[in-house]
Ligand binder design. Structure first.
Ligand SMILES: [Zn+2]
Length: 377
């Protein structure tokens, strides 16, 4: 039995259209998109007040950290947060960690998330992801200035479908192991990039990261690259799919450098809630839009976010047309994961899932405090 679904507006080809009926078959495949009037009282049409969108894509999450919800204070700043997470991580039992991940996964599905690019450090919650309705791509991240080998992570990735490895960032790995992590397979690479000034400053031996490393007696053998963006283009071959996360302190030059190097457009994943929680720094929306960069949205983890809601993240980005914002959370994320052929837009032949956004202001076309997303199918 197919279903015909309609709402006040529907996100079609990047635009919010009125009077649209979306017909899906019982395998969730979109079989027809029809324009007509009187959609709210047509026989056989389910009408929902609000905005109909395809299932969303969370392009940056750490589901395994869900147990740290509320454990770290807001406003610690970037280096403070990194230290705090290290000190609280060991205080929980496996059961608590698995339960928290399962709850966060179920909430994401109900709130309309179709796919997640998820960062992992161990295998504890892989079962949660493998049983989920959500399609996860897991990247085991290589992390630590004293880390020299990638084989443990490669072995974890081999034990699970839809998973591979990735370097954590350009400030947390020495030269050789960073390159090895990038070259180990041909899957997507996801790198935390320029979340704060500390990262760029490290390359000039200044700032809180540089001070922390000096106190720990850690030396960096990669500062000769000069900037994080230069390190990336000089370490990764140009035919890889690369996702960079945060980018708050990225300059137009950084964006252009990555853009000129990689054949597939780099996806910039914004995590406004996490940035607000940790440092109050804003995502680089204007720099990226000016450069025509590809943008996606991520929740980051519950250690640095009140919720994993993508709508809550979108609500925190000011003065961007709603259809553009919704595009970042849907097709933008699908492109980041390389899944744009099957999900991310309401198009005939795709199986993107359908989601209703309720509580948006349909006169000003803005998300409000009451706005939330709910899965229809
Ligand atoms: Zn992250």
């Amino acid at each position: 039995m197919s279903r015909k679904i309609a709402a006040h507006y529907a996100l079609i080809d990047g635009r919010l259209e009125r009077n649209t009926i979306v017909e899906v078959d019982d395998e969730r495949r979109i079989v027809r998109i029809e324009q007509c009037s009187d959609i709210d009282n047509r026989a056989g049409v389910e009408f929902y007040p609000g905005i109909l969108i395809p299932g969303m894509v969370n392009a940056h999450c750490h589901l395994e950290l869900s147990y740290l919800k509320g454990a770290i204070a807001e406003g610690t700043g970037f280096a403070g947060f990194a230290r705090a997470i290290g000190s609280v991580r060991g205080n929980y039992r496996d059961e608590e960690r698995i339960t928290a991940a399962a709850k966060a996964d179920a909430t994401m599905w109900e709130e309309g998330v179709e796919a997640v690019l998820d960062i992992a450090n161990d295998e504890l919650v892989m079962g949660v992801k493998e049983r989920s309705h959500i399609r996860y791509k897991s990247l085991f991240e290589i992390f630590g200035l004293t880390t020299t080998a990638i084989n443990k992570h490669l072995a974890m990735a081999e034990r699970h479908p839809h998973s591979s490895i990735t370097p954590h960032s350009t400030y947390s790995l020495q030269d050789q192991v960073f390159k090895e992590a990038c070259a180990a397979n041909d899957s997507v690479i996801s790198i935390h990039l320029l979340e704060s000034d500390d990262e760029g400053n490290l390359y000039n031996k200044r700032g809180s990261l540089a001070e922390w490393y000096a106190r720990m007696g850690w030396e960096c053998d990669f500062l000769h690259y000069g900037t994080p963006a230069r390190r990336i283009v000089e370490s990764i071959v140009n035919d890889r799919r690369v996702v960079v996360v945060h980018g708050c302190k990225a300059t137009a030059e950084d964006v252009a450098r990555l853009d000129n190097h990689f054949k597939t457009a780099v996806s910039w994943v914004l995590c406004p809630e996490s940035n607000r929680y940790i440092s109050g720094i804003k995502p680089p929306v204007e720099v990226l839009r000016k450069a025509g960069a590809q943008i996606a949205i991520g929740s980051d983890s519950l250690s640095s976010a009140r919720t994993l809601s993508l709508i809550d993240n979108l609500r925190q980005i000011d003065d961007i047309p709603l259809e553009e914002l919704l595009g970042w959370a849907t097709i933008g994320g699908a492109k980041a994961l390389g899944m744009e052929d099957t999900i991310g837009s309401i198009s005939v032949g795709k199986c993107p899932g359908l989601v209703i956004i309720e509580g948006a202001d349909l006169h000003t076309m803005r998300l409000t405090e009451e706005s939330h997303a709910r899965r229809l199918l």
